[in-house]
Design a protein around this ligand. Structure first.
Ligand SMILES: Cc1cc2nc3c(=O)[nH]c(=O)nc-3n(C[C@H](O)[C@H](O)[C@H](O)COP(=O)(O)O)c2cc1C
Length: 176
């Protein structure tokens, strides 16, 4: 088993996908890691919606004015939602789960990319969360944080630039 740091170095955002569906085992494995992610007080305020329907993926690709169009070429998106009534830190709960899905995608050799939904608008100024809720008929109590486009990589990408990471370490880390 590789160290997590090797996985973290390899992981990049992938926005081009091969025309191949995910297997049920791959989808279950992505959901397993999401549900194992830490949540505040163990309250699991998040929920997930797995979308494989091509029409729905195309509709999701238009939920923002930019940064979501590539989703129409993905075989799968996992929408990450949360219930603010369950936890006041629902954004953190759902973000840790989303990150777990991104890293597990890389571990499975798949490509994935986060698409921000919360606080975003579509090209006609409509709230992206409301647009996604409408497309998927989601309950009103669930806030939509993001979705993750996932598929077989359409192209390889170089891993993280470790020189840049060293520079960031000098700039972004305070030690005392
Ligand atoms: C909170 C968050 C929101 C993001 N939103 C989008 C998005 O809407 N569309 C997109 O194509 N990428 C999005 N990304 C991916 C970033 O653009 C990407 O992680 C960043 O450019 C670094 O590249 P890397 O992931 O290849 O290291 C988002 C990432 C995060 C963490």
């Amino acid at each position: 088993m590789e160290h997590f740091s090797e996985l973290a170095e390899k992981r990049r955002s992938h926005r081009k996908f091969a025309d191949e569906r995910l297997t049920e085992e791959q989808i279950q494995s992505l959901l397993d890691v999401a549900l194992m992610a830490p949540t505040s007080k163990g309250l699991h305020s998040y929920s997930f919606c797995v979308v494989e329907n091509p029409e729905k993926l195309t509709a999701l690709s238009q939920c923002k004015d930019m940064g979501s169009q590539f989703v129409s070429g993905a075989p799968c998106a996992i929408v990450v939602m949360a219930d603010p009534e369950i936890s006041d830190v629902w954004i953190e709960d759902s973000s840790t789960a989303a990150m777990s899905i991104l890293y597990q995608s890389e571990a499975l050799g798949l490509g994935a990319c986060w698409v921000q939904v919360r606080n975003r608008k579509d090209s006609e100024g409509r709230d992206s969360e409301a647009v996604v809720r409408g497309i998927l008929s989601l309950p009103e109590n669930l806030r939509v944080v993001c979705f993750l486009a996932i598929g077989h990589k359409g192209m390889e990408r170089k891993g993280q630039n470790m020189e840049k990471i060293s520079a960031l370490k000098a700039d972004k880390v305070i030690r005392m």
